[in-house]
Design a protein. Structure first.
Lengths: 432, 432
């Protein structure tokens, strides 16, 4: 696999950020190593990054990554090794693992992800079976994959405080289901190790909690390597008690958008960036790019037509949106064959294990690339993000990937803090 | 890089051993995971394996591996990740590392190993400098490598209980020097973390202690997967108080050889193996394949001529040999383009990070392939040994490599036990 071409049109400031990251590589790794002495990383996670040249920032942190099939298989051994390490910290005695995927069995892309993840878990030495929350699956059911493989999903069986499938009593349970529809009672109070914990699911989790935790991480990191934290951190704000159908809260949302656009404008001025600011309005809980809007003016969020209101008001599992995060829009300046490309970095335990580009030909650099019906082309990274070439140019591929891996791990660290803070009770301690 | 061709002439019993290893993969990984909860792996190590078809066994365990340049660079990220894990257990706060290589600065192959190892350590986030024990190097001295790189070796500086080089006070010291010439006083009693510990060097270490520890590991493992431990463990015995020049102990050595040949003959009979047994007589301390003899009869060790006696009596650094291990000879049945091939597996922390074949055109399948002047061709493994294909044939390349990785990790575990047992005092507790 050859290194994907990366445009470097806005070379100046980006090179500066990457150069600082590279120069500080030993300090960064030392600092991260110390952070992981204090905090336990989630079992796995993926981070959507946006690279604006002047800014390289995470815009979403997924704790139930669904694109393992998009990783370069040559890097699977990194995942195997990371799983071995994760098992040591979470459940060293585990032999049998139950993997619970999402319910959408008709999405073969997703099923291929489950197959790739299962393969990595098996290579790490686990006996893996797939249990499903899907009520339509009442007996072991096989699904054919495009590459000729088969996946068998089995209905979950609960015995007292133990969860399993018929004839299989697992030592640990791994969710690849983000619990958007709420926490199913069958998962509650089980005695096996459950990864990630239930409060990592979108039934409880909020993007604003994550980015509040990320604020602290980004500030500490920026101090460490002497950069403006804004260059790795998008502004965000929180608007709740919205009702898009009843048009409740529209004005509050518009004010928040307007204030944020002003803040971005002033940062652009400070850094000499000639760009029109924009913000992203997203459901505070949820994924799959549903309930997402890109706006350039406060007017864009008042007087939405019915179609727009419908789009914003419903996310996955038909849930209504009353609570949004308003996030600074970070344009992407990377493209591959004229198509906009957004890097996604995959991590297991504290390690970067690969990544890919979402390459999209129909969307502009300011749009959300993770949207329903969005047929992105995955392009596996040519580098595992862990092999900086200290003697190479800052914009050489291994070094750009290293910078991605660093910023992704900052988001992972924020997720660890977020999960710690939200762990003891469902009431959350981050003020957003 | 394509998968090297592997002959499978003696397919039966080998396939059986590999099939058992593959079938038991989850049990094996679980068992190893538990072992590493009790024992700390050495920082790094390499294992020479011999594959006889009916037997797959380690014949040497090196705690100062010198062939990192022979690994497939595509697997370097595995080393980077393993070093990150090792640092967490040995010295999480380490930023600066001093690497002390062997003294032979004229061996460019070895210097390339130092360069490759340094690169992995740097990618893991360490600031690395090279300090040398070589008295000829009295100021920082650069050496050119064939690929255009440079290595700079600096004289060691001792300040009280701290070791470093001028202007560099490291947090940890890593030896890639096996201390065959004894423990230099400058290394004694330093307060920094020293890896591996001094008693891992050949000044203290004995092969018989390693293989005594391996006996236990091999027995436990054989019980786990239900095999005859002999299929993964060569017989060994110990003969000391030898003087090859004075011909003292010749008869004792001959008796030991003769008894071992008899034991092997009886095992061959039990397993229906049609092969002439042979044994290897090696210096009990030392490396680089010096002081090694392959013998097929007790007569081969009595009445050695002067040349043979000279060859056996002196190893690296001109040390005299008075103490040998007599080890069951394991023929290799692997060949690449008609040349005999011996696999060498590399590990960092508890992880397999790659390997290569020593491919030798001049030597027979029963000879030692690690000999002075032996210009082996290194052929990097095409698989990282961690990606078993449970649905594939037992003799498919990933599975064969997986079996290599398992047996190599058994030797690594034995090294951990060996180092524990020899740690508290220089007096050793293994009876061999």
């Amino acid at each position: 696999m050859t290194v994907p071409h990366l445009t470097t049109a806005l070379s100046g400031p980006l090179l500066d950020l990457e150069r600082r990251i590279l120069l500080a590589q030993p300090e960064i790794e030392h600092w991260l190593r110390n952070q992981w002495q204090e905090s336990t990383p989630p079992f796995y996670g993926s981070v959507d990054l946006r690279n604006a040249g002047y800014k390289l920032a995470p815009v979403d942190m997924n704790l139930y990554p669904g694109g393992f099939n998009n990783l370069n298989p040559e890097f699977h051994p990194l995942g195997v090794q990371a799983v071995m390490t994760a098992l040591e910290s979470f459940c060293p005695d585990a032999k049998r693992l139950l993997l619970i995927p999402e319910n959408h069995t008709r999405n073969t892309f997703y099923l291929q992800n489950v197959a790739a993840l299962t393969r990595i878990l098996k290579m790490a030495g686990l006996v893996v079976r797939l249990g499903t929350l899907n009520p339509e699956i009442t007996e072991p059911t096989s699904f054919d994959l495009p590459d000729g493989q088969k996946l068998t999903l089995e209905p979950l069986v609960r015995n007292g405080r133990r969860l399993g499938v018929a004839g299989f009593d697992p030592c640990a349970v791994l969710l690849n289901n983000d619990l958007s529809a709420g926490i199913p009672p069958i998962l509650e109070g089980i005695e096996q190790t459950l990864l990630p914990p239930l409060h990592a699911g979108w039934a409880v989790r909020r993007k604003t909690h994550h980015f509040a935790a990320y604020d602290h991480v980004a500030n500490d990191f920026a101090k460490l390597i002497g950069i403006d934290p804004w260059t790795i951190n998008p502004y965000f704000d929180h608007v709740d008690q919205l009702d898009f159908h009843a048009r409740t809260g529209e004005e509050r949302l518009a004010d928040t958008v307007s204030q944020m656009l002003e803040k971005i404008r002033s940062k652009y001025k400070e850094h000499g960036i000639d760009h029109d600011p924009f913000v992203i309005v997203k459901a505070n809980a949820g994924t799959y790019g549903m309930g997402v809007m890109s706006v350039k003016s406060a007017d864009d969020v008042v007087g939405l037509n019915r179609k727009q209101r419908n789009k914003m008001s419903v996310i996955k599992e038909g849930l209504e949106v009353h609570d949004v995060i308003v996030q600074e829009g970070v344009p992407t300046f990377e493209s591959i064959n004229d198509a906009v490309a957004e890097p996604v970095v995959y991590m297991m335990d504290r390690f970067v294990v690969g990544g890919f580009y979402r390459v999209h030909t129909d969307r502009g650099p300011e749009e959300n690339l993770n949207a329903p019906g969005m047929h992105f082309v995955p392009l596996g990274f040519a580098s595992p993000c862990t092999t900086p070439d200290c003697d190479g140019e800052p914009d050489s591929a291994p070094n750009r990937f290293y910078a991605y891996g660093v910023v992704a791990r900052l988001a992972l660290l924020a997720a660890a803090h977020e999960l710690e803070a939200t762990a003891p009770a469902v009431h959350l301690s981050f003020a957003a």
